[in-house]
Design a protein around this ligand. Sequence first.
Ligand code: FAD
Length: 388
Amino acid sequence: MKTTSDVVIIGGGCMGASTAYHLTQYGVHDVVLIERESQLATGSTGRNAGGVRHQFSTPQNIQLSIESIRLIERFQDAVGYPMDFHQDGYLFLLSTPSSVETFQRNIDLQRSLGIDVNLVTPDDASRLAPGLKLDGVVAASYCARDGIADPNGLTMGFARAAQAAGVQIERGTDVTGITLDGDTITGVTTTRGAIATPVVVNAAGPHAARVAALAGLELPIEPLRRNIFIAQPPAHATAGVDFPDNHIMVIDSATSFYYHREGANILFGMGDPDETPGFDMTVRWDFLDSVVEVALSRLPILAEGSVSHAWAGLYAMTPDANAIIGSADSVVGLYLINGFSGHGFQHSPAAGRLVAAQIAGQDLDFDLSPFALNRFKTGAAAPEANFV
Ligand SMILES: Cc1cc2nc3c(=O)[nH]c(=O)nc-3n(C[C@H](O)[C@H](O)[C@H](O)COP(=O)(O)OP(=O)(O)OC[C@H]3O[C@@H](n4cnc5c(N)ncnc54)[C@H](O)[C@@H]3O)c2cc1C
């Protein structure tokens, strides 16, 4: 392992890999990416639902989506490696006049930024998502350019391209310390030796607060467990009739229950309002009944399906459900790409580019102030309302 480097990135999920790739695009090649597991993308990145959408409630999140989805759409041409992307749309089901009002405001904002999003009727919704039960649904918000992408493909694509451009990737290596001279970064210590460096990127996902603490910085980020279940439809069920024949993502905004096709199966999940912060990733099988109860009121064929497997992963939650992106002013040389609160996979292309641009000293073409760490002190936090 190298003993000096211009930049050390801690964490080999989608954020670390995207940052590494984009650093090389800005001419910074002396980079070491350190991942403690034996493989990349086994943290939150390897456990997510792959959802990619423009349908957010704040301009800055919509801008992150616009830039990220543009890159995802031409990933192979731009990055040089293939990645699955099914652009079959996202459908948010709305059951109350107030949710319609809120989503209409979001749609107006999204449209003002050039996104083709529409409020559609329940009839339209059932045409778009065969098998959907619409009891109580009064409208839906639909964007055809949203979709489902492959988190592993994206991470490995960025990582391979970064490696080909000179980035060293060290797996099976735990960063155990960050060394400082006063408030300035001088290096990291790891289970395989020390690296002197003036720049450290914290890309440690749900472990970001622990990594920041190594540099004496407090981050308001908490890990929160989410479960995903996979069901096999019964043999007599027909795709395109009983369940979608494409990869459309359907989200019941009242309950956060969501589903989409995953191969021949159906992937589904829902937020548990009683979940408390912690690092436990044991699947909450006892929560399945509550999910299925809601599932049956939206996709009845699931009643006859068999749940074949499940996994749990961790959201990295901030108090306003928005990420923290950019330099940590109080620790010179420390950069943050953390706290994506359940929607980070889709924002990793743009977020990684922005952190890389900042490190490379580029003029930023994006206002990062809504993502600055100090917003929690100044009271400038503007919560993301369209949180799933
Ligand atoms: C169930 C679930 C569903 C989700 N669905 C979606 C979705 O549909 N769409 C979407 O956009 N997002 C979704 N997300 C969120 C998304 O997965 C995350 O925002 C994203 O993966 C965060 O990436 P990351 O690189 O920051 O974190 P991670 O992928 O967790 O990577 C961090 C890495 O850092 C490593 N690490 C930590 N500490 C150290 C250390 N000290 N030394 C070395 N390495 C270290 C870890 O081992 C890990 O590999 C979902 C998340 C979950 C849990």
